[in-house]
Write a protein that binds this ligand. Structure first.
Ligand code: BGC
Length: 770
């Protein structure tokens, strides 16, 4: 339908012709898929449902770690394809980033072998986590991570970044990415918060749809050699663990699951994403990989998802080995496939999966109909990607790989993401004649600017590939000249340790150097991490970095805190002494340049927090919360710590100019159920420089009968640019879906009553009647 509406808008084709064309295309694919399925054996079908990691077919070593440099092993490939008919391969080997040429050699050799040995001539579906650029390709353009894109609040940039990532992924002969993350980044303790667009379901929905448009194209024509299949993940509720640690249990009520965690996936399914990956965790005691209600009833039946459902890493064997809901591997396979899994990211022991699943079909414990459904979904993706006709894409056809044009898009996105959290006395921007001390463990690191999933899983090899880009220190030196910059680390990360291993690195010297500087740029944050290695016990900024901050602040110098972190580490032990605070998130290879431009006034910051920045580790409630979180001291019995008082609110972000909001207008004071309401507001740039502002519209349902209403919810946003003195009127239309909520039994409710609209500090009310 998206294809149809887009082309209709151009007025070139008639509706009937477009519908017929789209239907014909799908009918042709369906016919080919059915013809293929009808001649496949059970073993061949089961093989299509299996995915292994690249190491499994590497020479030497073992299947968990092939010898390096990586070479394909013909004998292992023969077993994989001729004997087991394996349909999909993922990942790189030994965490190594390859050149586009090497990727071409490896994957085209895999395709050649599989097409030669498989009597059905089915190409392999190769998938890689290309999450902020072509992750494992040397020279690829690395964009800000999703959390920074959430701060940029610019769907056009997100779409463009994904389109460039798709191009560079195809340049690497890879047609499938395990991206985007559509989980809510709602827990600052969680090691993958930064892989999300932030804590808000609407923000994640808008940017999620934009990123899918970028990867797949607005018409989802992934046969286009510049487009790739996207993979929504991790369906669903993955980040909402009780402990804050990766892959630990969540308890999520049916209303919360649907109200908060579902919308971003629904929007992405509507945007046409071809594949989806399942939450590796456990909700209400049930591992999601074994949950028929979630995988089949909700995803495939209710949401009508027609694409491919893939497991996360080893998650079928986890049902047996980790979660103990199956006494054997075989039983785990039965549970997962019957729950609705189409493809297993095995990723090592494919014999266990294939032999057991074949036996289960023969024993009637998994129906052939279920297998056919899974294989149908997989083959449709392979056809949609045009892999049968063109199994490879050649790097020579991608001259714009790693080009200046692509780099500029990454820079632009970083420049819009960087968020000015504090600017006491307008200390920023700094004059270019300022003498600065640059200090802190994040000052001279490309690794920390990029985060994990950059040239390797944990990001530990970034420095090997990203030396030509500028760290914060280098970018500041370029901006104001080396003569104005002193650098002393103060604290450094251990190169080979756990991500939080740190050591004092000339801390006294840093403090002494601060005394000779006009301004200190204190670059604190985290080293790169993801998944279990990023689990954490203490949300405060590390002890050593806190000590450095406090000692530097004690010199009395003007200190600008530069944050470079995947999640908001608590800074309240020294925040008050910082004159300026700039959040960079994980801004990618051009984050240093963009930051320097912000610090010295070449770029006016416009990023807005995509999450709530907590003030204390025990106060991590986000902006979406119930009224009882706000029982203020004025109400009597409670002490100060009962208040809702984060360090910085969701949506916070300053500018070098000022914006005035006025004339908040609703087109009606009362509507009937089912009607829309129009909202407008006028924003004026009242300062001296051009600036971009994100206009956020929040609604509050004042009373709700089934579950306690949230204090407020984001329903619309728009980023606008205003010259000094310029005004713009921004209009939004709210529809019944924006005013409804999910009740205690999971049902959608639209209730008569009063609502409040809030834009900036302006508020207006309206009522809805039966
Ligand atoms: C992660 C996924 C990722 C997969 C493949 C898993 O460990 O949870 O997000 O797509 O590995 O690399």
């Amino acid at each position: 339908m998206k294809f149809i509406s887009k082309n209709l808008a151009t007025g070139v084709f008639s509706l009937a012709a477009l519908i017929a064309q789209a239907q014909q295309k799908q009918a042709d694919i369906d016919k080919k898929v059915e013809a293929l399925i009808s001649k496949m054996t059970i073993e061949e079908k089961v093989g299509q449902m299996a995915q292994v990691t690249l190491d499994v077919i590497g020479k030497g070593g073992n299947r968990y770690a092939a010898a390096q440099p990586f070479q394909l092993d013909p004998a292992k490939m023969n077993d994989l394809f001729a004997k087991y008919h394996i349909g999909s391969v993922l990942n790189t080997s030994a965490n190594t980033a390859l050149t586009t040429k090497r990727w071409y050699e490896v994957i085209s050799e895999i395709q050649k072998t599989s097409l030669k040995t498989d009597r059905n001539k089915i190409p392999v579906l190769y998938g890689v986590d290309e999450i902020h650029g072509a992750t494992y390709t040397d020279g690829a353009t690395m964009f800000p991570q999703q959390i920074a894109q959430g701060a940029a609040r610019n769907p056009k940039y997100t779409e463009l970044g994904a389109a460039i990532t798709a191009y560079e992924t195809r340049a690497s002969n890879i047609p499938w990415t395990f991206s985007p993350v559509l989980d809510l980044g709602l827990d600052p303790r969680f090691s993958r918060m930064w892989e999300s667009f932030g804590e808000d379901p609407y923000l994640c929905s808008v940017l999620g749809a934009a990123i899918i448009d970028g990867y797949e194209g607005k018409d989802n024509n992934i046969a286009d050699p510049y487009k790739i299949a996207s993979c929504m993940k991790h369906f669903l509720g993955y980040h909402a663990t009780i402990s804050g640690k990766d892959r630990t249990p969540s308890y999520i009520s049916i209303d919360a699951l649907r109200e908060y965690h579902l919308p971003s996936f629904k929007a992405a399914i509507d945007a046409g994403s071809h594949t989806i990956m399942i939450n590796s965790g456990i909700i209400n005691g049930v591992p999601v990989h074994a949950n028929y209600d979630i995988l089949t009833k909700l995803l495939k039946e209710e949401l009508g998802f027609k694409g491919l459902v893939v497991t996360d890493w080893a998650d079928i064997e986890n049902l047996h080995r980790r979660d103990r809901v199956a006494a054997t591997d075989k039983e785990a396979i039965m549970l997962a496939i019957n729950a609705g899994i189409d493809m297993s990211m095995i990723p090592y022991n494919y014999e266990v999966f294939c032999d057991n699943l074949t036996a289960l079909v023969k024993e009637g414990k998994v129906t052939e109909e279920r297998i056919n459904d899974a294989v149908r979904r997989i083959l449709k993706v392979k056809y949609a990607l045009n892999l049968f006709e063109k199994p490879n894409t050649h790097y020579k056809d991608y001259p714009k790989f790693g080009s200046k044009e692509h780099e500029k898009a990454a820079y632009d996105m970083a420049a819009e993401a960087i968020t000015l959290l504090k600017n006491e006395g307008n200390v920023l921007p700094l004059k270019k004649t300022t003498k600065v001390l640059v200090t802190g463990p994040n000052a001279n690191s490309m690794r920390t600017l990029n985060g994990a999933w950059t040239y390797s899983w944990q990001g530990d090899r970034v420095e090997l590939h990203a030396a030509k880009y500028n760290t914060i220190l280098e970018a500041v030196q370029n901006e104001i000249g080396k003569q104005n910059v002193t650098y002393v680390p103060g604290v450094s990360y251990k190169m080979d340790g756990h991500y939080y291993d740190e050591y004092a690195d000339k801390m006294d010297e840093a403090v002494a150097a601060a005394k000779n500087a006009d301004v200190v740029l204190l670059c604190l944050g985290e080293n790169s991490y993801t998944e279990k290695p990023g689990d954490m016990n203490d949300l405060y900024m590390s002890d050593l970095q806190t000590e450095l901050a406090q000692k530097i602040a004690a010199t009395g110098k003007t200190v600008i805190l530069i944050l470079n972190e995947g999640r908001p580490r608590v800074i309240s032990k020294f925040e008050q002494q910082m004159k300026g605070i700039v959040q960079t998130y994980l801004p990618g290879n051009f984050g240093g340049d963009a930051l320097a431009d912000v610090l010295f006034g070449d770029v006016n910051p416009s990023g807005k927090l995509p999450y709530t920045y907590p003030r204390y580790p025990n106060a991590t409630i986000g902006y979406i919360h119930k009224p009882s979180e706000e029982q203020k001291k004025a109400e009597g019995v409670y002490n100060y710590e009962a208040d809702y008082n984060p360090q910085y609110l969701f949506g916070h972000g300053l500018s070098y100019t000022t914006f005035e909001y006025k004339d908040l207008k609703l087109d009606k004071n009362a509507i009937k159920k089912g009607e829309n309401i129009q909202v407008s507001v006028t924003v004026t740039n009242t300062g001296k420089v051009t600036g971009k502002e994100v206009v956020h519209l929040f609604t509050s349902d004042l009373y709700a009968s089934s579950v306690t209403p949230d204090v407020k919810r984001l329903r619309r946003f728009e980023k606008i640019e205003l010259k000094p003195g310029e005004s713009k009127t921004v209009s939004f239309t709210l529809n019944p879906a924006d005013l409804s909520y999910i009740g205690r039994n999971g049902e959608t409710l639209l209730e008569a009553g009063d609502f409040e609209i809030a834009i900036d500090k302006l508020k207006a009310q309206f009522s809805m009647t039966e």
